[in-house]
Unconditional design. Sequence first.
Length: 468
Amino acid sequence: MLSFATEFPVDGARTVGDFLRAVVTWILGSPHTTLRRTDLEPLINQSEAAVQKGVEHLEVLSVSSSGTNSAGVRYIRRDEGLEWTTTIVFANSGSGAWVGIRVACESSHPATRLPPAKKPVIVRSLIGALGGAYDGPLPITERSHRLADAEVDVATGLLTGKAGCRLPLVYVSVGFRGDYLLDPDHLASDLAGMAHVVVEPNRPFSVRLKIAVAAQNVYGGTVGVYWPDGAGRRSFFLGREFNSPEEIHRAVVEEVTTALTNRRPLDACTWPHIQETASRVALESLRASGSQEIDKYISTFDRELAAKNERLQVAELEIGRLRAELDIYEARLPAGAAPLLRHPIEQEFYPGEIASLALAALEDALERQPADSRRRHVLLSILASNPRGPDRAGEHRERLKDLLRGSRTVDAKIRRGLEDMGFAISEAGKHYKLVFQGDDRYTYTLPKSGSDNRGGLNAASQIGRLLF
């Protein structure tokens, strides 16, 4: 069972020898290996070789064809009823070099439970030894990429899938108080060689980006995983699904790991491709020499056929996975159905806000429709098909009232509460100025010294009515 997969670009100046030496260093660095340097170093200069020692088996295959220099290593280790197969392939076409890594785990006993997928150490080892190259506008690195204030166009290309990246993108938006939900560099370290972690600089940047990407950006501290070629996104935020930044960190890593495992690999970064290329080169060499050694011909053809069959099997599995995924999506929609409404340009200020406001407006409109009218029946049908979730707007209104009830000014406790709700507070002028979620359309004032105890509650009611 495939448990991990990724491909990433490396320094194009690196050679097959550099790659094989890096793999040898990785194997010898394992505390569990019984292989020694004298067992492995002779393999570096051979086009095809293998070594077996105890529970470990290593195959090496390298080939040069059509201007591309490639090498593959297949390392198999058996341990406590499990067989781990790590396949690592390097391909340098002259215009760029890529490395593909795939880890599979099989159990020799049906009752043995397979361990969860983990990022193998070889990923970090190869980035360190070979150096990460650029994937689109972003380098392969263990640190996050922090956008500059003028890079809205860069962020637009990344979020819409037009930047030319193959690796997925994790976009960390800035919170309404200028902070981040999790540590971007820690996340980037865990996802190095798997995904790019891009960090938003400030809230005004988010507002400008919203216009550029038609509100498809995550914002306000939310973390989004975006797929290459604009193939959609998934958002992660504190709330119903995740209760802490640590949970979100783990969920993002798991999301990327699962997606890469299910994605079809680059052909040049697969073991079957190395086998097929080596077979083709050997066959061409035999033909050029006029060899009549039939056994060698047959052996070469058999190897090439086996490689093609393995590639066909991988392709058929991918087709089956895509068909199953398509069935799931089709099952969610009635035949011939299309979305009732397009996604609005407005950003949500809290999860479910726009849907909740729209449904509340429909409920309000329903009360004014004549009985047994077509309009009433349609509205009833829509409301029945879209049940409202928790009344978060009401919760916000009540929280605002609790904060301002009996207040005549904004003290430290009220300031903290308002900021937690998403208000930015300015003291310039004769009044406090409150801006909700960094949007100047929602600007309100509070007196620095109120005349009576009811002023705070009245202000809370007015702001809550207009905002929530």
